[in-house]
Design a protein around this ligand. Sequence first.
Ligand code: ASP
Length: 343
Amino acid sequence: MSLGVFISVGAWAKPTVMIVATGGTIAGAGASATNSATYTAAKVPVDTLINAVPQIQDLANVKGVQALQIASESITDKELLSIARQVNELVKRSDVNGVVITHGTDTLEETAFFLSLVVHTDKPIVLVGSMRPPSALSADGPLNLYGAVALAASPESKGKGVMMFMNDSILAARDTSKRINIHTNAFSSQWGALGTVVEGKTYWFRQGVKRQTTQSEFNIENIKGDSLPLVQITYGSDSMLPVAYDAYAKAGVKAIINAGTGNGSVPNYLVNTLKNLRQQGLIIVRASRVPDGFVLRNAEQPDDQYDWVVAHDLNPQKARILTALALTKTSDTKEIQRMFWQY
Ligand code: ASP
């Protein structure tokens, strides 16, 4: 009798973590163990990923769902919405304590930020990838997965929002990006890591202040269909042509994220192009091609006068996500600017 009670209490105490597999290098396969950078992404199914790291079952009851099997550079808004809907259903289940999403590293930051904006939960959602496929010498996926499950299973992760776990670091979805494309320390944030995981234990050092998850005004449950308002990015350099902007406008984009030089600058010979597009109703968002810092409003460029928006510290790809979501609610530039200050 008392043994039965003990067993049922013990089983209840162990959290359940769902692994939502989407593909990427963490599920990749190379021809030989020395192929650490030459391989095919999105090959290995979720059960094989889970069984390759049996130690995660000591941290939680771990179960897998194969949501997609794709290299993340091929993810479109359709897949993004599908991942969000699947994760949303999982976090609503009373028997699920946390979710880990295995994902390609190329666009992991977009998916993480999107989920942080549209899934309303205080349960931990952790995105994890790897830079080397499981078939490579010193593959980084297994330890990344172990740490991600530890993070998702930890009671301390509750209310911390959507996180990434790569290379021992706990990273915030909104301000972390892939900044090295060849080494295992690929991800970082200019504002630093939230914490770290060592041998399956979480250690915390800071917390974000921006709106996300339960504090967000966006909700996947209110977004219908499998596309988002069309938003595209233009990349700044010297000697630019206006044709890219005009082509996007012709294609029907609702907003252009201008990944400008320096402070998101627009060259003098393109100002009229962007002013005209704004007059035609397109939203113009000034982001920067510089990875760190943030875009100052009304500095070199008179944003108030031109009715442009600045992306603050969000990089162009994250600005695309927030602008697309913003456009599901409003096309008022003051409202969209407010969102960029708050998220
Ligand atoms: N191209 C791969 C992907 O994003 C790279 C990776 O996962 O590291 O799916």
